[in-house]
Write a protein that binds this ligand. Structure first.
Ligand SMILES: Cc1cc2nc3c(=O)[nH]c(=O)nc-3n(C[C@H](O)[C@H](O)[C@H](O)COP(=O)(O)O)c2cc1C
Length: 210
């Protein structure tokens, strides 16, 4: 039941305590958790940008639908899709498998070639949409990990991705922002913290076929 307690404790935080900063040790746990997120084929097409500079965080508020949490957070996670999932990217991934697992070339080659030709047939929009799904998965993972670590967070689509991409020159890095997650510690006066969770009854959200 510890996990249910943590998930009930978590809420989309509307106000962070600007004076509380996440420790480097906890941040390291969050970084590793992000990197351990499952991804389609294991290709990890999502890159995480972590912003902690206070003046940068404040500058991002107007391009985040004026959501004040961005300026108050200890850190901001920006989930970005790598727009260069191409032949070279896939080859690098398979070289990593070989070096980590000592898997022989013969075991990997046909899977690698089918992935390369599969991705060559996709449009750049298709690849971006596929990558964005992986970003949502990483966000979900981070929401749970943060809750277990007693870190507050607010998942957000309410920001201007094009303005973020320009602000951080993401195009030059081959990235596009898709989601943001301010994290930190809830402010004592955030009235949302004690509100009851609004959820469907379990019977309305789950179909069990026995
Ligand atoms: C993908 C996604 C985008 C969201 N965008 C925002 C947002 O921009 N601003 C905000 O305050 N909350 C945002 N939320 C939070 C939801 O409104 C919130 O999770 C939902 O109402 C359930 O409440 P709870 O998370 O407090 O249990 C978002 C949630 C998700 C999953």
């Amino acid at each position: 039941m510890e996990i249910i307690k943590a998930l009930k404790w978590r809420y989309a935080t509307k106000k962070f305590d600007i004076n509380k900063i996440i420790s480097n040790d906890t941040l390291q746990v969050l970084k590793e958790s992000f990197n351990l997120t499952a991804s389609s084929y294991g290709l990890q097409p999502v890159k995480l940008i972590i912003v902690s500079n206070k003046s940068t965080l404040k500058e991002l508020v107007p391009i985040s639908s004026n959501q004040q949490q961005i300026g108050q957070a200890s850190h901001l996670f920006i989930f970005c899709v790598d727009t260069n999932v191409n032949e070279a990217y896939i080859r690098t991934y398979f070289e990593n498998i070989k070096s980590i697992r000592n898997t022989p070339e013969a075991t990997l080659s046909s899977f690698r070639e089918s992935l390369i030709s599969g991705f060559e047939r996709k449009s750049s929009d298709d690849i971006f949409n596929w990558g964005a799904k992986q970003a949502y998965l990483a966000l979900g993972n981070m929401l749970t990990v943060c809750a277990i670590q007693k870190i507050d967070s607010c998942p957000m689509e309410g920001f201007d991705p094009v303005a973020y991409d320009n602000y951080f020159n993401l195009k030059e890095l081959g990235l596009r922002s898709v989601l943001v997650l301010p994290i930190g510690y809830r402010a004592g006066e955030d009235v949302f913290a004690n509100m009851k969770k609004v959820r469907k009854d379990l019977k309305d959200s789950i179909i069990e076929i026995k």
